[in-house]
Design a protein around this ligand. Structure first.
Ligand code: COA
Length: 159
């Protein structure tokens, strides 16, 4: 049984993330989507809301688990007996930070590989912060996020 972890902030999950999830599920027996802490980010959505939205948005997918961790991602991966971390690469500018994280994670635990997957071209320019910005300004985000996310963003910014 080969398990992989897809870590991230998911603030909120988008179709770009789901595209990566589907690609990863074709490579591994099980995928755990793990909300992990990025100390430089202050998420709009609470942890529980992000878990709820990911679960709802991926309800039709099998061999998937949604979880969170507050510690080092490699320690978490080891505990879950995972063999790899999955990360999405959208453009060359992603590469620098991703490369640094992958090297550091390899330094911390060489037994966990980092696998980079590219989303479909239609999602290459997507990011959660762009989605939050457009939603806050009343723009249409429905082609980029599942209905549960779109509705929750509208509710949030209507307040
Ligand atoms: N579709 C849409 N957006 C995508 C995407 C895709 N396929 N792939 C990446 N992104 C976007 C995200 O939406 C996010 O956008 P935003 O910054 O505008 O919100 C951005 O790319 C990067 O986000 P994410 O993939 O969530 O990464 P992150 O940098 O927030 O998360 C962690 C990094 C949480 C995985 C990392 O800090 C971590 O592992 N933390 C745990 C602690 C640890 O072990 N630290 C040491 C690591 S070396």
């Amino acid at each position: 049984m080969r398990t992989a972890i897809y870590p991230g902030t998911f603030d909120p999950i988008t179709y770009g993330h789901i595209d990566i999830i589907i690609r990863a599920l074709s490579l591994f027996d099980k995928l755990i989507i793990t909300i992990a802490e990025n100390s430089s980010k202050e998420p709009l959505f609470e942890l529980e809301e992000r878990i709820e939205l990911i679960s709802e948005a991926t309800t039709d997918l099998k061999n998937l688990e949604v979880d969170h961790t507050g510690g080092l991602i490699v320690n978490y991966a080891k505990k879950k007996e995972a063999v790899a971390l999955v990360r999405g690469l959208r453009f060359v500018s992603d590469f620098e930070l991703e490369f640094q994280m992958a090297w550091m994670n390899r330094h911390l635990d060489d037994s966990i590989a980092t696998i980079f997957l590219m989303p479909h071209r239609r999602y290459a320019h997507l990011s959660s912060s762009v989605i939050r910005d457009i939603a806050e300004l009343g723009g249409d985000i429905d082609v980029f996020v599942p209905p549960c996310v779109s509705n929750r963003l509208k509710e949030k910014f209507a307040k």
